[in-house]
Design a protein around this ligand. Structure first.
Ligand code: G3P
Length: 195
């Protein structure tokens, strides 16, 4: 239990590293919280116009969730891996460094899913890509990927992940509530538009 607590705390701290904020600041691209949606994720980093910064944010925000899961699994096994998925994800959503005002979780969600069960992770990423290609709206793609993820878990015979999937999906929807208002109003910006 000591080690489990340590892994949970470490995963939270890893998840709470706001790579979007760090990268945009380091590259002199301005204050991400004053740009676009004000979110700290890759979609909003893209609104600075810098694709490399956005790609790096996407990869690192996903990687921190994946690394937390793989570390926990190596040290303590599969239950701990699920716990690390949850705590690293919570770190991204509610980082202590940003007074708990964190991101919306889509990239970190993908990283944890890929590490927990790569077919589920790939299917969720593919869902994002298909919806993004069709509609060109990142939030809609993220909501579709999250919403479909529990379905992918069942399809790939990973029902032990189902409860975790429901919790992560619910948190992603909660964090996208402003996006959902804009989606309904038809004012949600397309990917890459500077708004
Ligand atoms: O992953 C976040 C994305 O779904 C929405 O980001 O900046 O458009 O609110 P944003």
């Amino acid at each position: 239990p000591m080690l489990l607590t340590l892994v949970a705390v470490l995963s939270y701290l890893l998840g709470s590293v706001p790579f979007g904020v760090v990268i945009t600041r380091a590259m002199g691209l301005g204050d991400l919280r004053q740009i676009g949606s004000g979110n700290i994720g890759a979609t909003n980093v893209l609104r600075t116009g810098n694709k490399a910064a956005a790609a790096a944010t996407l990869i690192l925000d996903a990687a921190k969730g994946g690394v937390a899961v793989l570390l926990a699994r190596a040290l303590l096994g599969e239950d701990a891996a699920q716990m690390a998925a949850l705590t690293s994800f919570l770190g991204h959503l509610y980082p202590v460094w940003l007074r708990f005002r964190g991101g919306k979780g889509v990239a970190t969600f993908f990283g944890t899913l890929l590490a927990l069960a790569w077919p589920v992770g790939l299917a969720a990423c593919a869902t994002w890509l298909v919806v993004a290609a069709l509609l060109r709206i990142s939030s809609v793609a993220g909501l579709a990927a999250a919403g479909s993820s529990t379905g992918w878990m069942l399809l790939f015979g990973r029902s032990e992940m189902f409860f975790l999937g429901v919790v992560l999906t619910a948190l992603i929807y909660w964090k996208h509530r402003e996006n959902m208002v804009r989606i309904k109003a038809g004012t949600e910006p397309r990917i890459g538009s500077k708004r």
